[in-house]
Design a protein around this ligand. Structure first.
Ligand code: MLT
Length: 407
């Protein structure tokens, strides 16, 4: 008899964003005359940048010719892209990352979900609350938690991110082995200072722990004193892995390209206490389970690092940040307190009521979709997340409708 991985039965009914999409689809079906504005899932709305499109087209043409056609590429990504990443995203900021420490992939969601496979079953995991659900669910699936009770999985160490700590969690009180951090944060939009991040790096070094740092939203940082990469912090190369994505910085949510940096110094131990390099383990996993991102997509991603690409990427980020400011202004006018929206495309609003009730109210009264904070964890209850990813016109309309509904 075929049996299942019963850890899946511990998961909450459905993935947060699928759940919301279903509710919105039902609302649209029942209210065909209502025009719904989506500020929920962080999905970009603007077309790909001209620099990427040109490179994309040229690469597609190369694929049409026997002489320039590419079959399987290197699993880790083409050298031209890995080198451009190392130089532009790290070396330019004083972080000593080399091209062969970069693993190109089809998404930071996949990488941040898959990475846990290379660690043992019995490690102690620290997960922020609220949190991007992927870190949590993939560890539940892998059997690293107990059951879900009273809003939390047993066996995990939760790092509360609340107004009291400015949405930057404090170090755990009990020892942990694997720590998930995300800054600029999804969902709260909060940022971490270099000094605060150094505290975490020092903790990891002192405790032989590892930090999984999700920097998918780094492109939205305009305050240059904030770290864009954990590798800007001294000593991080031994104790951190970083996830990055072209999804938000270059509008690649539908095109799919991201990367993970696993420094060669980063190690973990076997049950006998022998040290193993995580670079070798991740490389082994990557080569076994992944055949690389398509050549045209990698060319389109590499174009982000040309002079034209850099300028267009900045313009893209600036475009969405105009929306973020409009959302913040509306919340100020309505007297709602919030965090985020300055170095982040997300605005985390204290809705002063149950998150799902607030979500339903905004959908029904204003026809605007947000993300209920409770979907990101217990500490998210009472909050909603508003995303800046939409057109100026739609965000303007959404804010007018929210004002009319809430004022
Ligand atoms: C979000 O809305 O949190 C993100 O878009 C989800 C993702 O990037 O997978």
């Amino acid at each position: 008899m075929i049996t299942i991985n019963e850890n899946y039965l511990k998961l909450q009914a459905s993935y947060l964003f699928s759940d919301i999409a279903k509710r919105v689809a039902a609302f649209e079906k029942n209210n065909p005359d209502r025009d719904v504005i989506k500020l929920g899932i962080g999905d970009v709305t603007k077309g790909l940048m001209p620099a990427s499109i040109k490179a994309f087209h040229e690469a597609v043409d190369e694929m049409a010719n026997d002489a320039t056609f590419k079959g399987y590429g290197p699993e880790q990504g083409y050298e031209f892209l890995r080198e451009a990443i190392a130089v532009n995203d790290f070396k330019s900021r004083g972080a000593d990352i080399s091209a062969d420490e970069v693993f190109v992939s089809d998404g930071a969601k996949c990488d941040s979900g898959n990475i846990q496979e290379i660690f043992s079953q019995d490690i102690k995991i620290a997960i922020p609350d609220p949190v991007y659900p992927v870190y949590l669910d993939t560890n539940v699936m892998a059997g690293r938690t107990g059951i879900f009770a009273d809003g939390r999985y047993q066996g995990l160490v939760y790092l509360d991110s609340t107004r009291e700590n400015n949405f930057v969690p404090a170090l755990p009180e009990e020892p942990v082995d694997l720590i998930y951090l995300c800054f600029p944060n999804n969902p709260t939009g909060s940022t971490i200072s270099k000094q605060e991040l150094k505290t975490w790096v020092d903790y990891a070094r002192d405790n032989k722990a590892l930090i999984l740092f999700d920097a998918a939203y780094e492109a939205f940082i305009s305050d240059d004193s904030l770290p864009k990469s954990i590798f800007e912090i001294e000593g991080a190369k031994e104790v951190a892995i970083e996830f990055r994505s072209f999804s938000k910085s270059a509008g690649f949510t539908g095109t799919r390209c991201a990367y993970t940096v696993v420094p060669k110094e980063c190690a973990a131990y076997d049950s006998k206490g022998n040290k193993h390099l995580l670079h070798a383990l991740w490389n082994r996993r990557h080569c076994t389970k992944f055949n690389g991102v398509s050549y045209p997509v990698q060319r389109a991603a590499a174009a982000v690092y040309t002079e034209q690409g850099k300028a267009e990427s900045k313009a893209l980020i600036d475009y969405y940040m105009v929306n973020a400011r409009a959302v913040c202004k509306t919340m100020d006018e309505l007297g709602y307190s919030y965090v985020g929206g300055t170095n982040s495309p997300y605005i985390w609003v204290d809705g002063k009521t149950d998150s799902w009730e607030f979500f339903d109210m905004l959908l029904n009264k204003a026809g605007v979709v947000c993300t209920p904070g409770a979907g990101f964890g217990k500490c998210g209850n009472g909050y909603i997340r508003i995303s800046a990813f939409n057109s100026h016109d739609k965000v303007k309309q959404a804010m007018e409708r929210i004002k009319a509904s809430l004022a």
